[in-house]
Design a protein. Structure first.
Length: 234
């Protein structure tokens, strides 16, 4: 029932037939092979075929779809209200020369963080010697990139990098440091579960666990990145 439509919390149909009881197996989880079992299955198949073509059932199938549409419209309206709110904060990138660029709202999730990351990459606003996104996936490493941190660093081709909204606990996500030694996040959470060691770069910290280190790059602390309110934008 978990994959049915309408699905859980809606309804299901139960078939009851006393005449088939003798053909049920001991565990009562199925039917033994018999002429009566075959007859029952054929009859039930025809019943369901007629039911699925009935106007009542077809109309019933539209109920959860309409509910989803209504919920989606309400959710979209809520997001618009939040974006228009005076309390909404925005991320702005101010280059050394030229006008500031409005990037997006302050990140609330990983996708927001990736949106800002990729805009900065396109604008040349990342502080790295090289950062070229080659791919993104919903499983495995979040990002595959050509990466070079600075002029003194070794160029790393097809490097795997994890992306997070706020960095708290690396191993809790099931990550293996040897496979994903770098993380790009919007910011480090207020109470990380790993020891955080600052570096000479404001946007970079070292997260230390038992026998491993992870390099964490915080977008919020990169040069030129600012978080402003609506009134400050105006």
């Amino acid at each position: 029932m978990g994959i049915s439509n309408p699905g859980w919390k809606k309804c299901c149909l139960v078939l009851e037939c006393d005449a088939i009881q003798e053909n049920m197996n001991i565990s009562r989880s199925g039917l033994v092979d018999s002429e009566r079992s075959t007859m029952l299955k054929d009859v039930v198949t025809k019943i369901f075929q007629e039911l699925e073509q009935s106007p009542e059932y077809l109309a019933f199938r539209q109920i959860p779809k309409k509910r989803k549409t209504i919920a989606g419209a309400e959710d979209l309206a809520g997001k618009k209200v939040a974006l228009e709110s005076e309390n909404q904060k925005w991320v702005v990138w101010k280059p050394k020369t030229g006008k500031p660029v409005l990037l997006a709202r302050e990140p609330e999730n990983e996708n927001d963080t990736l949106a800002i990351l990729w805009k900065l990459e396109a604008l040349g606003g990342l502080p790295f010697k090289q950062f070229q996104t080659l791919g993104h996936a919903g499983y495995g490493p979040d990002l595959i990139v050509h990466f070079q941190e600075d002029n003194q660093s070794n160029p790393d081709r097809y490097a795997s990098i994890e992306a997070e909204s706020r960095f708290y606990n690396y191993t809790a996500h099931g990550h293996t440091p040897s496979l994903y030694p770098r993380v790009i996040c919007w910011d480090v959470g207020s109470s990380p579960k790993m020891r955080i060691t600052p570096t000479d770069k404001a946007y970079k910290v070292i997260a230390e666990g038992k026998g491993f280190q992870v390099h964490v790059y915080c977008i919020r602390k990169m040069d030129g990145v600012q978080v402003l309110t609506r009134s400050q934008l105006e």
